[in-house]
Design a protein around this ligand. Structure first.
Ligand code: BG6
Length: 463
């Protein structure tokens, strides 16, 4: 019996990105991006020294992989177009081999009744643009808009769901505050400028998309980490959680949907004297070009408390000057990757979007469970028995179901991810897929228990 039945035409599938799955750094004319460069310069930073060229090789195996997607119940799949594959220099000449590749991938998905969702930026700045400042440089916004327009022209007749960015807060925090993306700076003023340029680039791409009269939907994918105060009755804890929410969620959520940055955040940035460079018309463009569709990535909540001991950071202000993270006693942790598991967070996000963001159409664009050392769960038949992942997904889906019952406009669920893939500095450490990929066995694929389970969920439109 299907106890949790989802609305008709619900999107079932998974998400991945070009740089994490395709492999072949310089194969077929692909240019260098920041990951290819960083791995070349500092391989020791990457887990087990596995680099981006050595990922799941989907570039070569996409046809077989799409058959595995069918076997795991996909009716939709998100990928990203690698900027440095289409434009090896970030701008200029289009790589025609890449054009053919993405056409083939999209055609193969459609031929197998899997709707392609395409994202334009998943942390993969072409190195030629990074050398000129990357997102710090306003010219990158123009180069990005040209890249976006080219993608709409080339693939817009086939792809009807577009996303401007995946998790735009991540290049901000990882690249300019916490040093786990290149250029690994610690500089709050740069972080703010980078975030501003990403947001501007998103609005400008949406403007172009609408001017081209494309008949699809365009949105953005945000990783939302609902902020919970240590003590709801302590005004200082509550204030800390409001600031964390403004910095890490509303910084992109508000301008993407309401066309305006949150006033709390603007006040903080002004106090820090770190307002980004804003040109005439920028804010009008952001105001007028909001999204049609919101992708929500949810992994874990953020628990915060009032700042207890101020720290004098060597490199100037940091977000944690405004709040402390709080390790709530008794919280449930993923024992295989140190992130909290709080299933109700997904419900809280959907209800927040329903109540405070006009109930805009949205879907869960990533949710998943990373597991280090997952080989130990492989049985004698060679199948990974990832029943912990089935539990993780089903417990989250129950809350998605509840939110929909209560009116949330949630249209689908994508797990992160389809094939085990390469994940930045963590490389192949944490496995997330429905399908296992064994690097040392010529990238051999095998469907995990969760993949078989998901097929049934998709076929029954519930579980
Ligand atoms: C998501 C990103 O936030 O986290 C993915 O969109 C990433 O690109 C995933 O791979 C998992 O991260 P990690 O560090 O656990 O491998």
């Amino acid at each position: 019996m299907v106890e949790y039945k989802f609305p008709k035409d619900f999107w079932w599938g998974s998400a991945a990105s070009g740089p994490q799955t395709e492999g072949t750094f310089d194969g077929d004319g692909k240019g260098e991006n920041i990951w290819d460069y960083w791995f070349k310069e500092a391989p020791e930073k990457f887990f087990n020294q596995v680099g981006p060229a050595d990922t799941s090789q989907v570039y070569h195996t996409y046809k077989e992989d799409i058959q595995l997607m069918k076997e795991t119940g996909h009716n939709t799949y998100r990928h990203s177009i690698q900027w440095s594959r289409l434009f090896p220099e970030g701008t200029g000449e289009v790589n025609q081999v890449a054009v053919a590749y993405y056409h083939n991938l999209i055609d193969e998905l459609i031929a197998n009744d899997i709707e392609p969702f395409m994202n334009l930026y998943h942390f993969d700045m072409p190195m030629a643009l990074q050398e000129k400042g990357g997102w710090m440089n306003r010219e990158t916004v123009d180069a990005y808009v040209h890249f976006a327009k080219t993608c709409f022209e080339l693939f817009g007749s086939k792809v009807k769901k577009w996303f401007t960015h995946n998790e735009p807060i991540v290049p901000v925090e990882a690249g300019y505050l916490y040093q786990f993306h290149y250029p690994a700076e610690i500089n709050m003023a740069h972080a703010i400028q980078v975030g501003y340029h990403e947001m501007l680039s998103s609005a400008k791409a949406i403007k172009v998309y609408r001017e081209m009269n494309q008949d699809g939907q365009i949105g953005i994918i945000l990783n939302l980490t609902p902020s919970y105060p240590r003590d709801e009755n302590n005004p200082e804890d509550v204030k800390a959680s409001v600031i964390a929410d403004a910095m890490f969620n509303r910084s992109f959520l508000d301008p993407s949907i309401k066309g305006e940055f949150p006033s709390e955040l603007v006040e903080i940035v002004k106090e820090l004297d770190m307002m980004p460079e804003i040109q005439e018309d920028d804010l009008k463009i952001i105001k007028e070009n909001t999204i049609d569709l919101l992708g929500i990535n949810y992994y874990q909540p953020r628990r915060v408390k009032a700042k207890e001991t101020p720290v004098d950071h060597e490199h100037g202000p940091m977000p944690d000057d405004f709040f402390d993270n709080y390790e709530m006693p008794g919280r449930k942790m993923n024992p295989h990757r140190g992130w909290e598991i709080y299933e109700k967070g997904i419900y809280d996000i959907l209800i927040n979007v329903r109540d405070n963001y006009g109930n805009i159409p949205c879907y869960i664009s990533e949710n998943g469970m990373g597991v280090e050392g997952e080989e130990k769960f492989r049985n004698a038949e060679g199948v990974i028995e990832d029943d912990y992942r089935i539990e993780f997904v089903s417990e989250h889906l129950k809350y998605v179901h509840q939110a929909i019952e209560e009116g949330a406009n949630c249209l689908g669920y994508h797990m992160w991810t389809c094939m085990d893939n390469w994940s930045w500095l963590n490389a192949y450490k944490n496995r997330y897929g429905f399908i296992s990929v064994e690097l040392d066995k010529d990238y051999k694929r095998s469907i995990k228990n969760s993949g078989r389970w998901f097929k049934k969920v998709s076929d029954n439109n519930g579980f």
